[in-house]
Design a binder for this molecule. Sequence first.
Ligand code: SAM
Length: 348
Amino acid sequence: MDRHELIGWLRETDETRLEALWARADKARRLNVGDEVHLRGLIEVSNHCVRRCAYCGINVTNHEVERYRMTAEEIVGCARQALDLGYGTVVIQAGEDYGLTRDLIAAVVRRIKAETGLAVTLSLGERPDDDLVAWREAGADRYLLRFETSDPELYASIHPSLPGRPSDRFEILRHLRDLGYEIGSGVMLGIPGQTWQTLASDLLAFQGLDLDMIGVGPYLPHPATPLGRGELPEAPPGEQVPNTELMTYKVVALTRLLCPQSNIPSTTALATLNLALGRELGLSRGANVVMPNLTPAPYRALYEIYPGKACIRETANECAHCLSGRIVRMGRQVGRGAGGRDRGEGRG
Ligand code: SAM
């Protein structure tokens, strides 16, 4: 699919044509990754962050946030719970928090691998090379790092670099792949300043990076952030991508068609826009993964990257039962095993 066709679909409003897009994406999903829906247990291990991302509620400039950092024991405890609940993967996510030291994360990964055998995905930001190497050696399987937008100017305005450390997430992703990680990336949809052209470039970049996992979700404004306060300009009239549920389904479906073998989650941000049906609609329009939250209750509400996040009050057990029920009612099956991308190299 070329840029012109992508932009046509992104701007499409005709319901019959969109139904045809959903059907094409669903068929591509079934043929390429099957009917299993993989559950990745999400553990939000810290909301400390050194970054000033203009979109994110836990960025360092938000002094309203009560900060927490889980202990190694707590994190491994959540992984044991993931095993009991039948999940194949845990995702360890946090702000870019150097209080989560190289040794602490390496030790946690080693313990999780030894005690549970689960696949371990890390999502800890732009950490130095030595950290990424040590964690891979400790057994981490995958790394998630969204490039957020492929427009370098927009990226620089919403994601300021740290002094002396230019931020090139494309470069880091390629390096992670060389280190042997499965790599995941993605973008937010409807960030002020994101145009149809930019979003089409994002989609083509997914293809170019040959990503194992691709997460796309709506941008949801947080009032305590520069973007949420409206401090950055929107694209000119007619050019701004909306941050809607419909736009998210279109991008999930197009992502499946462009990258048929990738694992694509139906995201929590989508469920936040439509709690009743968002996850299911994502799964029937190209997605094949969901990420139930395992973060212990006292911390969950504090990981407020955007307001009104879905499912922040449920326990891990409630999340597990709710999601597996939804999957089975759709006529799909809960995935078994790690559910990695099979590249014929024995990984995942
Ligand atoms: N610190 C790590 C990083 O930057 O990759 C991982 C944590 S970060 C909070 C995870 C993702 O949350 C980001 O990649 C971003 O796409 C998403 N996110 C942050 N703020 C958001 C918002 N206001 N609306 C939607 N998604 C948001």
